[in-house]
Design a protein around this ligand. Structure first.
Ligand code: GLV
Ligand code: MG
Length: 324
């Protein structure tokens, strides 16, 4: 292990994160009963410029009046390049009460962006005497943000999670696609003919690098990596396949841009009973191995060693978090 210890952000379940436009009070009310680990009430891209002020009022009213139970509550503020953003922060903290847990910062480009929001949030929190410090979720969704992802991840003690904003990321990198998330038929590999007429075409995952890069930056800084939106809400299989790919790369959860995606996300990001039982057996086998002075043993015909303990502990801890 390195001499540098990675401090972990406040642990929270983040399997599913429901996006709710702040401009629609009815949607916000309905979201209170949804099966989401985290809800983010949106002031940014789901809200038209003329509705920004009303959306801010709706969110403040909702945070004061609606019972959101034990869900983690977040608000996506507007970007730092807009004149809405300072007022979002000031009004939310001055009038939003104590219920808010997190602020989501969109289109973060540099560590200085996080620093700037941190300064503003700190000033307003101190001025109103807010005891509960707000955490930050940051969306990595521009080429600049991805280029600076390590510095962004380490930019504030408030940082809790990084989110992959695939739609804006595609626009920023000028990727040749107009869909929100998922694979693209033009991103494929045609197998070598090898002297035969039979050639296969395999679809690749065009988001692999971006998600894997973000996961590394998040984990190296003790943050949760979370996969962003999947636009086609009438394609649950496509959603699940994307969610599993991101989970296998290390993500802890995925956005839901429609309530029907919540159960899919919760299902994918909860370890199955089988996985938990296997993890427990690994821990038992390694416990026994260590008592016998061995560093590695075989379980079900496969090698397990001290690294397997850490992998298994991640699985068991997640199951405990869900059961709590
Ligand atoms: C999310 O904000 C995205 O741009 O995908
Ligand atoms: Mg976006």
């Amino acid at each position: 292990m390195s001499f540098t210890i990675v401090e972990q952000a406040q642990p929270r379940l983040n399997r599913s994160e429901l996006a709710v436009p702040g401009s629609n009070y009815r949607f916000i009310e309905k979201a209170a009963d949804a099966n989401a680990d985290v809800i983010f009430l949106d002031l940014e891209d789901a809200v038209a410029p003329d509705d920004k002020e009303q959306a801010r009022k709706n969110i403040i009213k909702a945070l004061n009046e609606i019972d959101f139970g034990s869900k983690t509550m977040s608000v996506r503020i507007n970007g730092l390049d807009t004149h809405y953003m300072y007022r979002d922060v000031v009004d939310l903290i001055e009038q939003g009460g104590d219920r808010l847990d997190l602020i989501m910062i969109p289109k973060v480009g540099t560590a200085a962006d996080v620093y700037a929001v941190d300064m503003l949030v700190t000033q307003v929190e101190d001025a109103v005497g807010r005891k509960k410090r707000l955490g930050f979720e940051m969306i990595i969704e521009t080429a600049l943000g991805m280029a600076n992802v390590d510095a962004i991840a380490g930019a504030s003690k408030r940082n809790e999670s990084l989110h992959f904003g695939v739609a804006d990321y595609a626009a920023s990198t000028r990727a040749r696609t107009t869909v929100i998330g998922g694979p693209n038929p033009n991103y494929g590999v045609l197998t070598d003919p090898n002297g035969s007429d039979q050639r296969d075409y395999h679809w690749g995952d065009m988001w692999h690098y971006a998600i894997a890069r973000m996961v590394v930056a998040a984990r190296a800084n003790g943050l949760r990596p979370v996969d962003g939106p999947f636009g086609d809400f009438s394609d649950p299989e496509g959603y699940k396949a994307q969610a599993y790919r991101a989970a296998v790369l290390g993500c802890e959860g995925k956005w839901a841009i429609h309530p029907s995606q919540l159960d899919l996300a919760n299902g994918v990001y909860s370890p199955s009973e089988e996985e938990v039982t296997k993890a427990q057996r690994i821990l038992e086998a390694m416990d026994q191995a260590q008592k016998e002075g061995k560093g590695a043993v075989s379980l079900d015909g496969r090698l397990i060693d001290i690294a397997s303990i850490k992998q298994a502990e991640v699985m068991v801890k997640k199951a405990e978090q869900i059961a709590a």
